[in-house]
Every structure is written in structure tokens, then in C-alpha cells.
Design a protein around this ligand. Structure first.
Ligand code: FPP
Length: 231
């Protein structure tokens, strides 16, 4: 059955290799990747995709060279700053990742602000929801949700050992965004066929679309091929 307003999730891989093939620095690949994402957001919104969730920066990405991290963070500011475009396409922005006030959070204040501003400035839109995973790791998300669910269970009963009674539904209520629906299609570009700690909970029934195209080359045709898996 066709998914009415499907949830597409993308692991945007291959920016570095795309650049290398052209004799360009890796940062040029990320720049092209951000532009490809802007195109995919527009095309997905036009195709009545309900939810588009993208892996913008993982908790593991901080170990990349500082100059590359700086560049990728700058591209997030650029993306979150595309307010006119997002509003023109009726797109709502959301974010998932390690909460900024949690120990170990490394998200610089300007990125926090860019995220908050984009969420606020697109909040009245009614179309596609674009969720950016930034400083995100799925196991940390699930572990935190399980911890919070266990605390909730313990405080609503006598024993503190009630972890055994934590239900999947209780965990789901404590994920970074409990309203994020199940993923219909998980996309990974650039010939990699791994899930890499992305949306392990939400993508449990997802179709997967692996393509050899590097992320900067992922456009409308590739999006259509991914959507064909759920239509
Ligand atoms: C993988 O390329 C991509 C990332 C590390 C994520 C960053 C994504 C972008 C900059 C695209 C724009 C997105 C946002 C949200 C601003 P890679 O460096 O791992 O490529 P490689 O495997 O070829 O080296």
C-alpha cells in the first residue's frame, strides 16, 4: 500500500569521495552536499513527502579534523538560515540529538541558536517536517529514553527495580522526538550498505534504498527511486 505522506530518512554519505574524484578539498564536497540537501528538501516537499529526516552530524563526527568540523557546522548554519526557502515550501524544521544541557554536549552556542531560530521561524508551516539529526547517535538516544522510562516507572510504583516493566511504548515516549513517525524508507548513498547508528528504533520496519550515487549527486531521480519502494 502506498505510504500517504511517507517518512524518508537519509544518511548523506560520500561528500568527501565526491570531492576527491574532482580533485577538490573534502570541504567542497560538504558544501555541494548542503546544496543537494536544499534541492532534496524542495523536491520532497513537492512530492508530498510527510517527513524528511537527515543525518547531518553524528556524535562520532566530532573526531574529524577541526577545520572540517568547523566547515560542516557552518553548513548547518547555512541550512538553518534558509528560512525564506523553507517557508516558501511550507517546511517545518525540527532537530534531534543530544540535548544541549546534557553532560558531554558539544554543540556550540551559535549552532544551538541557529537550530532554535529555524524551528521557531518555520513553526507555523503545515507541510513537510524536515528533521535534522545533529550531534545524534541512536544508541545514546535509546539508552537515555530507557533510563527516563525506568525512572518514570519507578516513581509510579513502589520498587525502584521496575526497569523490568519498562515497555517499548514507554521508551518511545522518551525518544528525542516522540512525534517522529516510523521511517518508511531509509536511504544511504555512496555505495555504503550500513545503518551506522541512525534511527535504529524508528527505522525498525523501514525499506532501505542503497545507491552508488554520492550525496552531492542525489537529486530528484534518486528521490523518486527511493519513493518507489513505498508507492
Ligand atoms: C558524509 O560525507 C556526510 C557527513 C559527514 C555529514 C555532513 C553532511 C553534509 C555537510 C551535507 C549537508 C547537510 C547539512 C545538514 C548541512 P563523508 O565526509 O563521510 O564522505 P566520504 O565517506 O566520502 O568521506
Amino acid at each position: 500500500m502506498p505510504a500517504l505522506a511517507p517518512h524518508i530518512a537519509c544518511i548523506m554519505d560520500g561528500n568527501g569521495r565526491w570531492a576527491k574524484r574532482r580533485g577538490l578539498p573534502r570541504t567542497a564536497g560538504h558544501t555541494a552536499g548542503e546544496e543537494a540537501l536544499a534541492t532534496v528538501v524542495r523536491e520532497a516537499a513537492h512530492r508530498n513527502v510527510g517527513w524528511l529526516t537527515v543525518f547531518g552530524f553524528s556524535t562520532e563526527n566530532w573526531v574529524r579534523p577541526p577545520s572540517e568540523v568547523r566547515h560542516i557546522l557552518g553548513l548547518h548554519r547555512k541550512l538553518f538560515g534558509r528560512i525564506d526557502e523553507l517557508n516558501a515550501n511550507n517546511v517545518r524544521v525540527r532537530w534531534i540529538g543530544r540535548p544541549f544541557d546534557e553532560p558531554g554536549s558539544r554543540t556550540p552556542a551559535p549552532i544551538q541558536k541557529a537550530i532554535r531560530d529555524a524551528i521557531r521561524d518555520t513553526s507555523t508551516n503545515t507541510g513537510m517536517v524536515l528533521t535534522v539529526a545533529f550531534d545524534y547517535g541512536s544508541r545514546a538516544e535509546i539508552a537515555r529514553a530507557a533510563r527516563l522510562a525506568a525512572l518514570e516507572t519507578a516513581s509510579s510504583a513502589d520498587a525502584a527495580s521496575n526497569g523490568a516493566h519498562v515497555s517499548p511504548a514507554a521508551i518511545a515516549r522518551h525518544l528525542y522526538d516522540p512525534n517522529l513517525p516510523p521511517v518508511d524508507v531509509l536511504v544511504r548513498t555512496s555505495g555504503e550498505t550500513r545503518i551506522s547508528n541512525f534511527l535504529l528504533w524508528q527505522a525498525r520496519h523501514a525499506r532501505v534504498y542503497f545507491t552508488d550515487a554520492a550525496w552531492p549527486d542525489f537529486g530528484a531521480d534518486e528521490l523518486d527511486a527511493a519513493l518507489a519502494l513505498v508507492s
